[in-house]
Design a protein around this ligand. Sequence first.
Ligand code: FE
Length: 202
Amino acid sequence: MSHPHHDHHHDHESPAALRTRALESLLVEKGLLSTDTIDAVVRTYEEDIGPLNGAKVVARAWTDPQYKKHLLADGTAAIADLGFTGRQGAQMVVLENTPQVHNVVVCTLCSCYPWPVLGLPPAWYKSYAYRSRVVREPRVVLREFGLDLPAEVKVRVWDSNSEVRYMVLPQRPAGAEGLDENALATLVTRDAMIGVAQVQAP
Ligand code: FE
C-alpha cells in the first residue's frame, strides 16, 4: 500500500538541499564558518523565528472569535490570511485544545511538520523515540515534557503527512486577560503548538 508520506521524502534530497549542504561543508572547510555557527542558526529557526508565525496565528485566534472560527474551519486559508502560506499545497488543520481535550502532533513515519507556521522541526520531533512512543503512551511522553494532564482530559494524537499538517491551538492561559494580541503572541511557544506543552501566563 502506498502512503502519502513517501511523496515528500525525496525533497529532503532536492538539488537545492544538496547545494546547501555542499556550500555548508565548503564554508566550514575553508574556515569561513564554524559548525557551531550553523547549529546556532538552525536552533534560532527551530525555536525563535520559525514559530513566531504560528504564535501570531494563535494570538489572533485568542483575541478575534471570527478569526478563530475561520481558523478551525479552514486552517490553510485562515493562516494564509495572515500572510503565511504553505509549501507544496499541504493542507493545514488546526486543533483546538480545551479543558476537556488535549491534542498532540506527530509524524510517525518521518518528520512532516507545519513549516509555514512553525519553521524547522526540532531534533526530538524527528527522533524515532518520539515518533513511536507518543502514539503508544502519549501521557507518559507528555509527562516527560513536563506536562502532567489530569486523567479526565482526553488526549488525541494526530499523525501528520505530506498532505495534512497539524498545528495545535493551545488554551489561552488564565491570568493573561490584560494582554493585547502582540503581547499574547510572545507567550506562545513552539512546544505548545505541537501539543507537548501548555502556554503559561507571564
Ligand atoms: Fe513525515
